[in-house]
Design a protein around this ligand. Sequence first.
Ligand code: SF4
Length: 306
Amino acid sequence: MPEKPYQDLNSYFRSLFGGRVHKVTVDAGLNCPNRDGTISTGGCIYCNARGSGTGAHAQGLSIRQQIERGRERIARRFKTDRVMAYFQSFTNTYAPLDHLKALYAEALSVDGVVGLAIGTRPDCVTPEVLDLLASHARRFLIWVEYGLQSAHDHTLALINRGHDLACFERAVAATQGRNIKICAHVILGLPGETRQEMLETADIIAGMGIDGVKLHLLYVVHGTALASLYREGRYHCLEQEEYADLVCAFIERLPPSMVIQRLTGDPHPNELVAPTWSLEKRKTLEMILARFRERDTWQGKYFIPE
Ligand code: SF4
């Protein structure tokens, strides 16, 4: 186990590449079937029109330009120019295969890029897309990041995800065996979910042979269905201490090999409705580490291998 009580992304990259690697966020200008009317037009109840996007594509920046700018920033700050191109905005396998081919190839052609991280939905991967990614996995590190958010179908319906757990399981099974790393995104604090249900999500993904997880706090942003629920008093945010404790309890159920890529989200201050503490990222991370110490726990403490 590295210095932290969990396997963080920096330690993972150091073990693979012998030094620092950072992610550069890429906005490829793609859409999402849960917003364009294919599944629904409303999207997930917490998603606003930006869809976690940076807006770089709308500003006319090519993939190459976005990565080069990000790489320069990282080189100044961290003294490394090795980066992973992280296709984050909307659904990054949701386009014709030739278009995806060109996008991924452009990213991988930029100096210093050691791999791709592709954020997508579990209902948006085809064998052809996975073959394409697997072809790059011979020379580069390739991660696919599937949004799951919760392993409970009643929650997935309530938040209008437009897919169920079985869909996620199929996507994971189709991805495994292709030398592609799999990360699951999970949100803590979804409406109607009990602590027990959130921890059941940990147990379910712990048994799936997944390589990494990103944990997010559910926060409320303007222009979303969740903001209406919040204003009507029908949704209550987690408290900071509660979140820190939940994160520890979640991680102690995961296998020690899983890379914990994120411990919380990064709300845009101008878009945030609640909770205001979600802007205190450093404090939240410190509270999580303190909670690990107080609970005398670590990643994998309660993981039971099958
Ligand atoms: S899948 Fe992602 S981009 Fe699409 S509506 Fe949900 S959160 Fe937004």
